[in-house]
Each structure stands twice: as structure tokens, then as C-alpha cells.
Design a protein. Sequence first.
Length: 152
Amino acid sequence: MKFSSLVGLTITGVLAAVLVGWFGFYNVSAKDKHWEITNKVMEFVRERSIEVRTDDIVVPKNLTDKKMITKGAKNYDAMCAQCHLSPVKQPTELSQGLYPEPPVFHENIHASHDPKSMFWIIKNGIKLTGMPAWGDFHTEQQMWQMVAFLNS
Ligand code: HEC
């Protein structure tokens, strides 16, 4: 393909994208679900993004320690259960209104991460999903306690 055709194609692509945005064709409503292919691409990008950032994280040896789990459970109940639920927390307006839906850990629905990734996600959050970043307000110890609880 000639260089000029490539430039022409790129400009057409960018223009088309700007027009789609300008005319409001893309529906940002949380009730308008993604196509399956969009889900797959986003999942791939999310997983790779997390994987390349968790290499240096060292998992503490005491994740199965009862004290760790109990302390994590208290924080989980206070900060996470309204979205991720628990055996005593029924679905909330928040948990049902969010898209993507928050994983329900005690039923193992949509939850798929190992302790390193869980720690990273809790610390940094996940853009455009409703999962907050907790790292600026909690110590690493507190975040590992929550990982210990989820892991249990
Ligand atoms: C406002 C709702 C909300 C709150 C509060 C919340 N989360 Fe999340 N969380 C989400 C959503 C939504 C996702 C799914 C993100 C996605 O699909 O990429 C998620 C994903 C996660 C994941 C990844 C799960 C997996 O294996 O795929 C972990 C771990 C997690 N949250 C832990 C926590 C912890 C611990 C807390 C409390 C400190 C918390 N979350 C509070 C909404 C929330």
C-alpha cells in the first residue's frame, strides 16, 4: 500500500471516530451492555495490564493466619460488602446498578485473581468499572489482610 493511501485511510478512520463521538452514536449508559468481542478485548487488556505490574509484588507468608483473615473480614464488611456482597449481605442497589457487575466473592462469581493481582487491584482500583483504588488510604498490611480474607 502506498504511503499516501495509508495516510488517507488513517485520516478517514480518525474522522469517522470523531463523528461517531460528535453525533453521540456511542451509548455510555450502564444499561447498554458491551458486545462480547468488546468484553473479550477489555478483559485481555485488563489482565495483561495487571500481569505486567505484579511481577515484583512479594506475597506475605502469613496469608492463612487467622488474625490476618479476621482483620481483613472487618474491613471487607465495612468497605467492600456493599458492592461485593457477603453471605449476610443481600444484593444492593449499588451492586446491581454497576456495570460491569462487581464479582460476588463468596459465590465465586466472576472472581478470578491470585493474591498478587488481588493486592494490586485493591491498591490501584480498575478504571471505568466502579472498583475504587484503596491504596492511598490504607496500609499495605491492611490491604494484605483483605487479600487474606478473600483468599480464605
Ligand atoms: C463501588 C463498588 C465497589 C466497591 C466498594 C469495591 N469494589 Fe472491588 N470491584 C468492583 C467492580 C465493579 C469490580 C470488577 C471490575 C472489572 O470487572 O474489571 C471489582 C473488582 C475487584 C477485584 C478483582 C476481582 C477478580 O478476581 O476479578 C477485587 C480483588 C476487588 N474488587 C476487591 C475489593 C475490595 C477488597 C474492596 C473493599 C476494600 C472493594 N473491592 C470494594 C466494585 C467495587
